[in-house]
Design a protein around this ligand. Structure first.
Ligand code: ACO
Length: 326
């Protein structure tokens, strides 16, 4: 079977920076509390006229430029997002239109903060089966539009952004070595958006009850996230007979510095293996891993042959890991 290899990375962060000091003026919180509990210092917020497909398209163009791939060569576009431009059609179809990628099959994956790893898995399988030769995998979110900006428990955590990779079918040892996905719907109520869908259709009362906003039981999410992120990472290592010390980069979903430190401790990762940029962008959900990957890649830190792991956890619950030989 062919391997799927990452041949380009890209990301896009909106210009507007919202600092902890800005949020101090909006809700009863402090820069010190946010930094101590989450590691976050600032996040980006999309401009009023920017949409999730705009962010996704900019990240995709950057990844395609790096890969030297044209839109008409793309066979498959998958976007991991929970904040698409519309409930439907898929944001991936809007990206397809904006890129002019007329040959591509395009759809979205709803796996919250695990969206990129789940989308990557879908694209890898398209390539392994020969259904696609070149694929675009994107994580793009405008979480600021589903945040209750009066709720200090959640509004300090999230940010907007997009990241993308171009995958190509390749021979040889380098590429995505394996993907490992898990879900457990019994936890769905710990992290979700209550409106507006078939359960709670659009209504004035629903708006008054803040139904269209993200709801979360943060401390419960925290505990399960640490356990599942560690377990699935270990599963990926075991499946490939790789020791944790052999990883060059562990690139986790950037939820919260304390979650990442707890996972690193459980897995016995060295600090220099773990890539953290949550201080600059907050939790960008499905976009956080490809943004971090692109940042490390463009800084020239990743070399051919390096071993990378992506590790994600999100609403659903969903979680998963991918192991990559660069
Ligand atoms: N500023 C000041 N005080 C606050 C704030 C705030 N922004 N938010 C909550 N508090 C208060 C609470 O009201 C509570 O006060 P009380 O003791 O008087 O009731 C106190 O701080 C402690 O609240 P906890 O929720 O227990 O605080 P915790 O240490 O768990 O930190 C946090 C909260 C940061 C949300 C943490 O639980 C967390 O990061 N959870 C993971 C959530 C997450 O990352 N979700 C993202 C999606 S899933 C994922 O990406 C992995």
């Amino acid at each position: 079977m062919k391997k799927a290899r990452i041949i380009g990375t890209g990301s896009y962060l909106p210009e507007r920076v919202l600092t902890n000091l800005d949020i101090e003026k909006m809700v009863d919180t402090s820069n010190e509390w946010i930094k101590a509990r989450t590691g976050i210092e600032e996040r980006r917020i999309a401009a009023e006229n920017e949409t999730t497909s705009d962010l996704a398209t900019k990240a995709a163009i950057a990844a395609m430029d790096m890969a030297g791939v044209k839109a008409e060569e793309i066979d498959f576009i998958v976007v991991g997002t929970i904040t698409g431009d519309y409930p439907w059609p898929a944001t991936a179809c809007l990206v397809q239109q904006k890129l002019g990628a007329s040959r591509a099959v395009a759809y979205d994956i709803s796996a919250a903060c695990s969206g990129f790893v789940f989308a990557l898995d879908a694209a890898v399988k398209q390539i392994q089966t020969g259904a696609a030769r070149k694929a675009l995998v994107i994580g793009s979110e405008i979480l600021s539009r589903i945040i209750d900006w009066t709720d200090r428990n959640t509004c300090v955590l999230f940010g907007d952004g997009a990241g993308a990779v171009v995958l190509e079918a390749a021979e040889g040892p380098n590429g995505i070595l394996s993907t490992h996905l898990r879900s457990d719907g019994t936890y769905w109520e710990l992290l979700y958006q209550a409106g507006f869908g078939a359960r709670n259709p659009a209504s004035v009362e629903g708006i008054e009850q803040h139904l269209p906003f993200l709801k979360m039981q943060g401390n419960e999410v925290f505990k399960v996230a640490v356990r599942m992120l560690s377990e699935v990472a270990q599963e990926a290592l075991t499946a490939n007979e790789i020791e944790i010390g052999d990883l060059d980069f562990f690139i986790p979903h950037q939820a919260n510095r304390r979650i990442l430190e707890a996972v690193a401790k459980r897995l016995k990762l060295r600090a220099d293996q773990v890539y953290i940029n949550v201080q600059s962008y907050g939790n960008t959900s499905g976009a956080s891993i490809p943004i971090a990957l692109d940042e490390a890649n463009r800084a020239g830190r990743i070399e051919e042959g390096d071993l990378l792991m992506f590790d994600a956890f999100g609403g659903g619950f969903t979680w998963g890991a991918a192991l990559v030989r660069w």
